[in-house]
Design a protein around this ligand. Structure first.
Ligand code: GDP
Length: 169
């Protein structure tokens, strides 16, 4: 957005949450650096990565945090709630993560449910329809992604950003 000659930057905070080992770190890495790291260890602690994006022809910076405590939900406008399509348990826990968001995050937070590891087709344990149904029930956006090959990762983030942008502007 132009304000005189100055460009206005928007900073959107989006948290990436979900069970351990579902691929949060790799999704962040894919989105911010277009990289996938084959021998990464699951990280404990806060991750902070940034990618500058252009939305509707407008520049904005997206700051993404990895939530480990409720303090990190503060100010978050979006949440990527990740499960692993090959681990039923990680999907069964999604309801708890939604509760956590409803308890700690802003009520207008945009939530994207993400079924990650979609490349592992033969190991699928969560049918797409189950997730679609849950997402519709809870009013969440939904996408299946692969941090490994990059499928839908950008699309999912941009969908959330567009929605946030619609909310804040
Ligand atoms: P986190 O604990 O949620 O941050 O999970 P990580 O990002 O550390 O990923 C956990 C494991 O899953 C790692 O061995 C990753 O290489 C692997 N992984 C993450 N995303 C994908 C994916 O999209 N496809 C496949 N096949 N493996 C993935």
């Amino acid at each position: 957005q132009e304000n005189g000659h100055e460009k206005i930057d928007y900073v959107f905070k989006v948290v990436v949450i979900g069970d351990s080992a579902v691929g949060k770190t790799q999704i962040l890495s894919r989105f911010t650096k277009n990289e996938f790291c084959f021998d990464s260890k699951s990280t404990i602690g806060v991750e902070f990565q940034t990618r500058t994006v252009t939305l509707n022809g407008k520049c904005g910076r997206l700051d993404r945090y990895r939530a480990v405590t409720s303090a990190y939900y503060r100010g978050a406008l979006g949440a990527m709630l990740v499960y692993d399509i090959t681990k039923r348990q990680s999907f069964d826990h999604v309801a708890r993560w939604v509760e956590e968001l409803r308890a700690h995050a802003d009520s207008s937070i945009v939530i994207m449910l993400i079924g990650n590891k979609a490349d592992l087709v033969d190991l699928r344990a969560v049918p797409t329809e189950d997730a679609v149904e849950f997402a519709e029930d809870q009013g969440l956006f939904f996408s299946e992604t692969s941090a490994l090959n990059g499928d839908n990762v950008d699309t999912a983030f941009f969908r959330v950003l567009e929605e946030i942008y619609g909310v804040v502007s």
